[in-house]
Ligand binder design. Structure first.
Ligand code: NAP
Length: 257
């Protein structure tokens, strides 16, 4: 039996990964901050699919939280075969409106934690000559979009670079770039979503199914859904000045301060 560790497993895309992987028969290690939600989810996955579901409460914005997950990933007696670095969040406001502490927390969760957890997992995977890492980025990685887009661009570049360095090792790495997905993300960030057209929304379960297909095909970059594939292709051709104007408004309508 194989084991998958998923960060940000209590909600949205991470919860969808946990459900999909448990239904495929993987044991799961569920990581997030809300221990009550983690335990409820672990019980449900265990009861429904008969798999082992472990709970690891960790705040990936803290040194202790990252270190605890690193330790679990590096434990040779309980190998992790698939790591999904998914935990993440949005900040409310545009540049200069976001407190510096919140910007730095974002870099800690989206970049430092992803770097350290990937590295802790991949060392053992390389020795065992098998394993995979999915790092959840965003289509925001391809457009000028504040610290959020910049942090996700880092995830894409880091993941594809590491995938290339590890080619032939038996370890696969893939950056997953979703568009808008119906989760708790926008509500938690205090972002209004009524200016996002309905046709742009993705379902978390379908997104995860597409990501798992791309991982099986050996892709290092996954942009699920034809709508977003087309948008990303168009973005690569469009002048950055034009892009900045359009993308800084879409999906960034902030609620009352
Ligand atoms: N939804 C979208 O439209 C969208 C689009 C592109 C990319 N993404 C990316 O997809 C990923 C998942 O987002 P989502 O949409 O599923 O959001 P979500 O529904 O808000 O879920 C976020 C998850 O991350 C966990 N989390 C947040 N901060 C954490 C921290 N400091 N330490 C540990 N866990 C933490 C949360 O659990 P706790 O609160 O229990 O810790 C929760 O399980 C993120 O990386 C996001 O940037 C989302």
């Amino acid at each position: 039996m194989t084991t998958a560790l998923i960060t940000g497993a209590t909600a949205g895309i991470g919860a969808a990964f946990a459900r999909r992987l448990a239904s495929d028969g993987h044991s799961v290690v569920l990581v997030a901050r809300d221990e009550k939600r983690l335990r409820e989810q672990a019980t449900e996955l265990h009861d429904r699919h008969g798999i082992e579901a472990e709970v690891l409460r960790a705040d990936l914005a803290t040194e202790e939280g990252i270190a605890a997950v690193e330790e679990r990933l590096a434990d040779p007696t309980r190998p992790v075969d698939l790591l999904v670095n998914n935990a993440g969040f949005g900040n409310k406001g545009e540049y200069l409106e976001v407190p510096m502490a919140d910007e730095l927390t974002m870099l800690k969760v989206h970049c430092e934690a992803v770097l350290r957890l990937t590295t802790a997992a991949v060392r053992g995977m390389r020795d065992r000559r098998r394993g995979a890492v999915v790092n959840v980025a965003s289509v925001a990685a391809f457009v000028p979009r504040g610290t959020y887009g910049a942090s996700k661009a880092w995830v894409v570049q880091f993941t594809q670079g590491a995938a290339r360095d590890l080619a032939g090792s038996g370890v696969r790495l893939m950056a997953l770039c979703p568009g808008f997905v119906r989760t708790e993300f926008h509500q938690r960030a205090g972002m209004g979503t009524d200016n996002i057209p309905g046709w742009l929304w993705l379902d978390a379960g379908k997104l995860v199914d597409a990501a798992m297909r791309d991982l099986a095909r050996g892709k290092s970059l996954s942009v699920p859904d034809p709508r977003y594939k087309a948008l990303v292709s168009a973005v690569k051709l469009a002048p950055r000045g034009v892009l900045g104007g359009i993308t800084s408004r879409t999906g960034r309508k902030y609620g009352p301060r």
